[in-house]
Design a protein around this ligand. Structure first.
Ligand code: NAG
Ligand code: NAG
Ligand code: NAG
Ligand code: NAG
Ligand code: NAG
Ligand code: NAG
Length: 531
């Protein structure tokens, strides 16, 4: 792939343009990259769907995956819809994870969810990994639910009855349903004290005609090496290009900070398979799916490899998603992934029907950009922060929302929206701000991902264009609150100031250093709405 241009760092690294073509299908383009891993919904909340898959159902794109927001571990499945792969509307949980009639509690939260559409009965069939045997299945007349679980489980090849069904994918290819699954062996005498803890091998089966079961006949997805790489394969997805079958996968990883990127290919679903390692660390991610995007003008399909990109460790909810198109050689092999931080990947695709969704964040007047590269920062134990900006229009301010993630706090997060005539007022003792509104939030009013908290503006709400506004963020605790930060573009009016906790006096040999000073070049993610 040729990269048309390298976009400057702050410029939105995803851009979309669309133009009607003569046929009914509308062409759009999207540009992916390796650095903008956090995606947000139209209300400014982090997209909370890990091990995600994107499908085009009935002319619209749906992204779904396990939620980590409520409990900090996989708990239920959320879905989002989009027509442009840019504005994502939150569509809620696929089923009530707290309800009694779901099998997900205590068994991985219904992991690695996948949905297939059965045109014969117009049913969407959800498959998920929740204990043994086999997989749990649920059906709905809508791709975003509510899904109702079957009391029967879909069963796999009885050869693996003694193993634990694990990561899997289901897909419909040329009208037929397929599953690729791995089965965990916890009992191997070859398990190491350090690693590997478990062994797992991938297998492919056909689904039954109703897409609600497997035929219970399977073929191994393994290379002729049959080595530890084949024997630690997980997180598969399957697709076909021409006459070649492909299985994308990674190695045992557990939402880690980077696993090898595997691509198997064969002329038959029954193998034999040729294996490639496309990248050593999957650009610090783990493949979660392959998204086929069709250029409506040429009919050409771009298979977009996408990964869950996480910091590793227990904070899976601090992860996001990175996307890049696969490029193939004449022999059907794929070129290595490009993990460079400056790479951009424009893809032309068929726009979904309907208009792009809008929400509080997309309609917000003053906001740090949704398409910037954000990183989690957890330092409310050390600093009070003051985010400032200038009102971009005259009007009545209604609320200010901030992206915040919890840990195990006992001290509330305290937020105040304020006005001051000049930023210099922060460096001068005894200055009073004009308060516009305050709110505080206990940990139980926030989540383990970057959802928003909102401060209502209750006084002095009328602002003039160019007036200096601010948000103070304070919550000193042993376990700090976390916010999102990005590099601030020049001239956008956003600045971030910090004050060390407990610093309320002049400092320095001359006694002239104020305790408030700028966190150079940074801004927190927030948005302000007007009435
Ligand atoms: C959207 O497009 C699909 C085909 O891609 C079509 O089946 C469906 O009826 C369309 N829906 C609307 C609301 O136009
Ligand atoms: C799948 O098939 C097996 C028999 O092969 C059956 O026991 C099980 O209930 C079926 N599951 C579903 C969801 O139909
Ligand atoms: C994450 O991956 C990067 C690149 O491979 C590496 O430099 C870093 O040390 C890793 N961090 C952890 C916690 O594994
Ligand atoms: C959007 O803003 C309105 C008005 O401020 C508020 O009532 C509503 O809860 C917000 N919706 C979301 C999803 O944040
Ligand atoms: C939320 O946390 C606060 C502070 O710990 C506590 O007082 C309150 O009862 C909790 N509310 C709920 C609904 O658990
Ligand atoms: C801000 O609002 C308060 C309470 O409504 C009011 O007393 C005060 O005069 C206002 N300040 C300014 C500068 O408008």
């Amino acid at each position: 792939m040729k990269f048309a241009s390298l976009v400057p760092a702050w410029a939105a690294l995803v851009s979309v343009c669309s133009a009607a073509v003569t046929t009914k299908a509308v062409s759009a383009s999207v540009t992916f990259d390796n650095t903008r891993r956090f995606l947000f919904d139209t209300n400014g909340r982090q997209i909370d769907a890990y091990g995600s898959k994107v499908n085009n159902f009935n002319g619209k794109y749906y992204l779904y995956g396990n939620s980590f927001s409520e409990t900090g571990v996989a708990y239920g499945i959320k879905s989002y819809s989009s027509v442009d792969l840019l504005n994502w509307q939150y569509e809620g949980f696929l089923f009530n994870p707290a309800g009694n009639n779901n099998p997900c509690a205590g068994s991985g939260g219904c992991g690695r969810p996948h949905i297939v559409y059965n045109p014969k009965n117009k049913n969407y069939v959800l498959w998920a990994n929740a204990g043994s045997p086999g997989y749990v299945i649920a059906t709905s007349s809508s791709p975003s639910g509510p899904f109702v679980f079957s009391t029967n489980r879909a069963l796999i090849d009885p050869a693996f009855d003694s193993l634990q069904p694990a990561d899997f994918t289901v897909e419909v290819i040329d009208g037929e349903g397929y599953i690729v699954f791995s089965a965990l062996n916890f009992k191997s005498p070859d398990a190491g004290s350090f690693w590997p803890p478990i062994f797992q091998n991938m297998h492919a089966s056909k689904l039954t005609a109703d897409f609600m079961n497997t035929t219970r006949v399977s073929w191994p997805v393994v290379s002729n090496a049959n080595d530890l790489i084949d024997n630690e394969a997980e997180s598969p997805d399957i697709f076909k290009s021409g006459n070649t079958w492909y299985v994308a996968a990674s190695n045992t990883c557990g939402y880690c900070n980077g696993s090898i990127a595997l691509l198997y290919r064969s002329n038959s679903i029954q193998g034999p398979w040729t294996r490639q390692i496309l990248e050593g660390y999957s650009c610090n991610g783990q493949v979660e799916g392959v998204l086929p995007l069709t250029n409506p003008s040429t009919g050409a399909v771009t298979n977009v490899w996408h990964s869950t990109s996480v910091p590793g460790g227990p904070r899976t909810g601090f992860g996001g998603h990175i996307f890049q198109p696969l490029n193939f050689n004449a022999d059907g092999s794929a070129k290595n992934l490009d993990c460079s931080t400056t790479a951009t990947f424009p893809v032309t695709f068929t726009k979904g029907n309907g208009t792009a969704a809008a929400g509080n964040a997309t309609k917000a007047v003053d906001a740090t950009p949704a398409l910037a590269v954000y990183n989690p920062v957890c330092d409310s134990d050390s600093f009070i922060l003051y985010q400032t900006w200038t009102a971009s229009k005259a009007g009545t301010l209604k609320s200010v929302s901030l992206n915040i993630a919890r840990g195990s706090q006992t001290v509330p997060l305290a937020l105040t929206v304020f006005k001051i005539p000049s930023v210099n007022d922060m460096f001068v003792p005894e200055v009073k701000w004009t308060a516009l509104g305050s709110a505080s939030f206990n940990a139980n009013q926030t989540t383990y991902v970057f959802d928003t908290v909102t401060v209502p503006v209750t006084s002095n709400a009328t602002v003039a264009k160019g007036e200096l506004l601010g948000l103070s963020i304070s919550g000193a605790d042993y376990s700090p609150w976390c916010h999102l930060e990005s590099d601030t573009a020049n001239g956008r009016g956003f600045k971030l100031y910090q004050q060390g906790q407990g610093q309320y006096s002049w400092r320095g040999l001359q006694g002239r250093n104020p305790p408030v000073y700028e966190r150079q070049g940074k801004s927190v993610k927030f948005f302000a709405t007007y009435a």
